[in-house]
Design a protein around this ligand. Structure first.
Ligand SMILES: [Zn+2]
Length: 288
């Protein structure tokens, strides 16, 4: 289980942002694999077990989801999930999204992209959801040198592209820790969002539901986590999604969110007077 140890709130002067902390990337509780054949008639051999790994690879071709005309969208919200992929919680989140015909965006930690996660990644994009970058190592990138930042981004982009055939369009900085060196060396838009501290096991399902619903507004980006074991967020989604839909919101990917609002998201304002990290689609400055 991933347990988030730290939350970092950026002390941005007058800022509207900065909602989150994130769980770390290391998963320590894998279930040991046992070979089924061991259990029957093994009496003579010593405790030597040969584990055979069978890899099932499904052929996959990425298809860009079709977008409606911006005028055809009503109120939109982008649910986003950090710290996957994994085969448990990520699939559970996808199950709820599928049940309600909702889409979302997933920010993956490159180092979590193990071979057993490839199928869930393909399922994600097959459902019209989006896969983006949450760095390779989930470190404080605002302490890194430019070449280290670029290496984090390039490695994660390649890991994603190798599985689904297309790289990330958006970047969520680990811990929402950002600085100008990152902005100058990362050329995809930075995304923050409205969170509910759902990386913290002490935050109850009800609190998650209430916080998310209280922050809902047209064009908002909601920041959640599909870290392994975070089932309280899965439970919360069972209430959040139908309630938002009942309020008339369409749950869309980040690409759709910006498209619906006629916004071309960017990392830096064209005038270089401001660097951007979005919590909602129509945001025009870092400070909101
Ligand atoms: Zn994170």
């Amino acid at each position: 289980m991933n347990i988030c140890k730290r939350a970092m709130l950026l002390a941005l002067t007058g800022g509207i942002l900065m909602t989150t902390g994130c769980a770390g990337s290391d998963s320590s509780s894998q279930t040991p694999q046992s070979s089924a054949a061991d259990t029957t008639t093994t009496t003579t051999t010593a405790a030597t077990t040969t584990t055979t790994t069978t890899t099932t690879t499904t052929a996959f071709t990425f298809t860009e989801p079709e977008l409606k005309e911006p005028s055809e969208y009503g109120k939109v919200i982008a649910l986003t999930f950090d710290d996957g992929p994994n085969t448990s919680t990520t699939n559970a989140v996808l199950d709820v999204l599928e049940k309600y015909d909702a889409r979302a965006s997933f920010f993956l930690i490159g180092n979590n992209i193990t071979e057993d996660c490839h199928e869930v990644m393909k399922r994600t994009v097959s459902m019209g959801c989006e896969i983006n970058s949450h760095s390779l190592t989930h470190s404080y990138m605002n302490t890194m040198k430019p070449d280290e930042i670029v290496a984090e981004m390039d490695a994660t982009a390649k890991l994603i592209e190798d599985v689904i055939g297309v790289g990330p369009k958006f970047f969520r900085p680990p811990y929402i820790a950002v600085n100008y060196t990152m902005w100058d060396n990362i050329d995809i838009p930075f995304i923050s969002g409205y969170g509910c501290n759902d990386w913290d096991p002490k935050v109850t399902t009800e609190q998650r539901v209430e916080t998310v619903l209280s922050q809902a507004k047209d064009g908002a980006i909601i920041l959640l986590h599909d870290a392994q074991g975070n089932y309280q967020t899965v439970e919360a989604l069972e209430q959040i999604i139908p309630e938002l839909q009942a309020q008339g919101y369409e749950l869309v990917t980040l690409t759709e969110l910006f498209h619906a609002k006629g916004v071309t998201p960017k990392a830096v304002e064209e005038t270089y007077t401001d660097y951007m990290i979005y919590s909602y689609a129509e945001q025009t400055s870092t400070w909101g």
